[in-house]
Design a protein around this ligand. Structure first.
Ligand code: PLP
Length: 237
């Protein structure tokens, strides 16, 4: 685990990248939130994020987050928000609804039903994003773009879920140039889908969660409102 001083200089660099990308895209810097991805790191990573004033952390495993969240809260990071960004099995929906403030990786109607039921039992609405395989990566989770309208319809009809928007992960390419090309296409696809859905379903869907350490700039240029950054903040996993 890196030191807080190292984290501090890394987070300043990432925030400067976000600000520069917003400027280049003619967007206000406040439009893009930084989600610190703390997966595989100890609870200290979340505590660092809170100490720097970041609002939220992202985790990709339910049990790992459920173990770390109370540790971070006990160390003064009780206000930190926790978001699930990894694939969720529907048998873990209940623990996910208990552990997370928002689930970004909703990719099936079954998961919509399970999360809705769990949130109803807990007596509090759960914020979600729908994960779309906008880059058609066979190795990635997320619903296929053509299945997304049905998934959105189901999520909008779930009384205990609040649909904030869409999330995607860009597929890797054979080299840096191809990876960048995939990222551009994937992010543009997600943005187009969001705009289509907003019109077709009459909902705002303000959140577009796209962009990671390597492609923050491309994601912001394409309209990202939430970049999920791990290695640029905490080092290699
Ligand atoms: C791990 C992960 C990230 C962060 O990736 P980095 O390249 O370390 O910034 C972002 N999104 C998801 C879904 C992840 O699983």
């Amino acid at each position: 685990m890196i030191t807080y001083e190292d984290f501090f200089s890394r987070v300043e660099k990432v925030e400067a990248r976000i600000a520069a990308a917003c400027l280049a895209a003619g967007r206000a810097a406040g439009e893009v939130k930084l989600l610190a991805v703390t997966k595989t790191h100890p609870a200290d990573a979340a505590i660092y994020a809170a100490r720097h004033g970041l609002a939220a952390v992202g985790e990709n495993r339910v049990q790992e987050a459920a173990a770390k969240r109370p540790l971070a809260a006990a160390a003064g990071a009780a206000a930190l928000r926790w978001e699930l960004i990894g694939h969720l099995q529907s048998n873990k929906a209940r623990l996910a609804a208990e552990t997370f403030d928002r689930v970004q990786s909703v990719d099936s109607e079954k998961l919509v039903r399970q999360l809705d039921k769990a949130a109803g039992e807990l007596g509090r609405p759960l914020a979600v994003l729908l994960q779309v395989n906008a880059g058609r990566d066979p190795a990635k989770f997320g619903c296929e773009p053509e299945d997304a309208p049905r998934l959105l319809e189901a999520a909008l009809a779930a009384p205990n879920l609040r649909v904030d928007g869409l999330m995607t992960i860009a597929p890797l390419g054979a080299d840096a140039a191809e990876t960048a090309e995939h990222a551009r296409r994937t992010f543009a696809n997600l943005r187009t889908l969001r705009d289509e859905f907003a019109t077709r379903f009459g909902v705002a869907l303000p959140e577009l969660s796209m962009g990671m350490s390597a492609d923050i700039e491309l994601a912001i240029a394409a309209g990202s409102t939430c970049v999920r950054v791990g290695s640029a903040l905490f080092g290699a996993r």
